[in-house]
Design a protein around this ligand. Structure first.
Ligand code: GTP
Ligand code: MG
Length: 229
């Protein structure tokens, strides 16, 4: 997996990130950690590791992912959380799928053999609704739109022209993959509980922002279509 770089966004993950990096040692891939310069405790917690650290210029999860993947120099990238919830055993399966012809691979908790120890009733229902909106309005064939455990071709990701600097990026990625007609597939994955710390997602606020983003992107596309007529 020398041609793979993991992009790890981290915010207040000083308890989890060192354990995640320890677990990743046996996987021979490159690692870029993206965090804010004010997150001193997380920076200190990983001082014994030699991975590249990007100090993001702005705030937000989306901003961290965009900046991180823009710095990847390997053929493939994977978004990998700092909280210990993603299982690195899935990485080799994702890369195999890409080598078989997919541009992007989405890990999903809702296929057979997938699952979650971290989902709440609210995130489960919200995710189902957003995934359904993705299917109906954007014709996206994935079953877990918000998981955002995604691997893919680095150059193709950089071509997506992503813009959301917060958790709205989770839906912007699959929508723009679809609009660009890139090939994508899914693999089952089991989401583990966060090792420590608190989640950064605010289910109500971020859920509302994501819903607005879905409608905005839909109407943007309709407008583009009408202008072409
Ligand atoms: N650099 C950076 N990383 C962030 C930011 N917000 C979240 N993250 C990281 O992004 C990853 C996903 O965030 P989580 O808080 O775990 O959110 P989630 O996994 O989508 O949601 P939960 O199921 O609630 O855990 C984690 O590694 C966070 O540390 C941010 O503003 N900047
Ligand atoms: Mg998490």
């Amino acid at each position: 997996m020398k041609d793979l770089t993991l992009v790890i966004p981290a915010k207040n993950e000083w308890l989890s990130l060192p354990k995640v990096l320890e677990e990743l040692k046996k996987y021979k891939c490159q690692i870029i950690i993206v965090l804010h310069k004010t997150d001193i405790r997380t920076i200190k917690s990983i001082k014994n590791y030699k991975h590249k650290i990007i100090k993001q210029h702005h705030n937000g999860y989306g901003d961290a992912i965009i900046e991180g993947v823009n710095s990847v120099r390997t053929k493939y990238f994977c978004i990998f959380n700092a909280d210990g919830s993603f299982n690195p055993n899935d990485l080799s399966i994702m890369i195999k799928k890409i080598k078989l012809g997919s541009d992007f691979v989405f890990a999903t908790r809702y296929l057979k053999k997938g699952g979650s120890d971290d989902d709440t009733i609210l995130t489960f229902i919200g995710n189902k609704i957003f995934t359904l909106i993705g299917k109906i309005f954007f014709k996206i064939r994935i079953s877990d739109i918000l998981f955002t455990f995604i691997a893919g071709n680095t150059i193709k990701f950089q071509k997506l022209k992503l813009s959301y600097n917060d958790f709205r990026l989770c839906v912007e990625i699959p929508i723009k993959i679809k609009w660009n007609n890139f090939k994508y597939t899914s693999i089952p994955s089991f989401e583990r509980s966060r090792i420590a710390g608190v989640k950064n997602v605010n289910e109500i606020k971020d859920g509302f922002l994501i819903l607005c983003a879905l409608f905005k992107l839909y109407f943007k596309n309709v407008k583009k279509y009408l202008e072409k007529q």
